[in-house]
Write a protein of this length. Sequence first.
Length: 464
Amino acid sequence: MIRFFRHYVPLNLLLLVMLEALILCGAMYLGVSARFLDSHAIPDDLNPLLPKATTFTLVMLGLMTASGLYDLESRGGIRALLQRLGLSFGLGLVTMSLLFYFFPALLVGRGAFLLAFGLALFGILVSRALFIRWARVGVLKKRALVLGTGSRAAHIEALLARRGPASNTQVVGYLPMGGSHHFVDHARILDTQESLSELATRLQVSEIILAVRDRRGGGMPVQSLLECKLRGINILELSSFFERENGHLQLDSMNASWMILAEGFTQGMLRDTVKRLFDLLVSAAMLAVTLPIMALATLLIKLESPGPVLYRQERVGQGGRSFTILKFRSMCADAEKDGKPRWAGQNDSRVTLVGRFIRRTRIDELPQIFNVFFGEMSFVGPRPERPYFVQDLTQKIPYYGVRHTVKPGITGWAQVRYPYGASDEDAMHKLQYDLYYVKNHSLFLDLMILFQTAQVVLWGKGVR
C-alpha cells in the first residue's frame, strides 16, 4: 500500500494506473504516426502532440475510474470487465468528439484518432489480462504473520477470504499467544519453538499483525517484537490493519487511546477553507450541468402525484446542529402519516414510480446542492441522519458522535463503499467508513469519492 494524503492506495492499483496511462498516451503517438507513415512526417499543424495525448489520457483515465475499472473489489468476472470497458470507451469516444468540436486545437484528424483509439483499446485489454494474471499469482502482496488465534485473528481471516485476489496481504500463518480457544483455521496455526525473529526470517515475513486482545501480564513478546522491528519488519496494530486493508476503522478493534495517538482526526482553518472553496466550485459546476435535469424532475413529480415537489426534513449536521435538508420528493405525500420515523426498505411501497427512477439515478439528491451553497453541508462527507435516529444510534453505537465533527455531505466514503443503510447494524457498518473519512479526510480523498460516486450512479449500486 502507498499512502497519498493519508489515504491508502494499493501498490498494484497504482502500477496499473501508471501502465495504462502510458498505453493511452503512447496510443495517440502511435496512431498519428501510423496515419502519416506514407508521408514520412507528421503535419506541422498536429505538433506538438503532447497536449493532445495528455488530454486523451486524462479523459480516458477519468472515465475508466468512473466506470469502476479501478475498483479491485468489483465482482462479475470477464463479462463485467468488458461491460465497463465498453462503457468507458464509448463515453470516451463521445467526450473526445465534443472536445474536438469545442477545442479545434486538440483535433488530430478522424483517421489518426480512430487508429489511436483502437490501439488504446487493444493495449488496455492486454494490460488487464496481465493484471488478472498478476493478481492470481499474488505478485506484490505483503507476507504477514498474525500474532493471535482468537476472535480478532478470525476477523482478519474472514476479511482476506472475502476480498480474495483483491487483498494486498498474504497471511503465512497464525502464531498462538497462550489462548486455549482457536477461532482460525487450525491447519494454519504455527506450532514452533523458534523465536519470533527466527520464524519471521524463515517465512520471509515483511509484516507482523497484532491480533491479541489482552496484552497485560507479559502475554505480548515485546522484546521479540522490538527485535523484528529493528530488522525492518513492520509491526501493525489490528485497527491500523483494517484501516489500510479495508478502508474503514473496525469498531471491535478500536479504543480511545488509539484514536488519540493515531495520525489523523485533524481539523484546521486551512483545511476548512480549501474544502469550502472546493464545495463551491464543484457545486457551481454541478448546478450548471443539472439545472435542466432538475427542471424535468420537478415537472414529472408534479404530474405524477399531489404534494410538494421538494421534501424538507430535519437532519443533524456538524457539531450536532440541526438543519433542513432539501430533496426531491420520491415517496407519496403521506409516507409517514403516523408521524413515526422509519428506515426506507428494499422495494419500499411508499416510493412513487418517478421516485424510484430518481432514487436509482440519485437525481433526488440534487437539491442538496443548495444546502452546500448555504454552508450547511459539504459536497463530500458523512450522510446526515435525522435527530430521532442520531439520538438512538448514539446510545447504541460507540463513537457515533465522532461523525458530526465534520460537515455532512451529499455523497461520502460510506455511500460508495457500503450499500444503503436500513437498520442499526447497517448504521454501525457505515459508521466504520465514516470514521475512516473523519480520520483521513483530504482533498485527494474527496476527489476519489467523487469518481466512485459516478460509478455508483452509472451501475445503480445501493438503491432502495
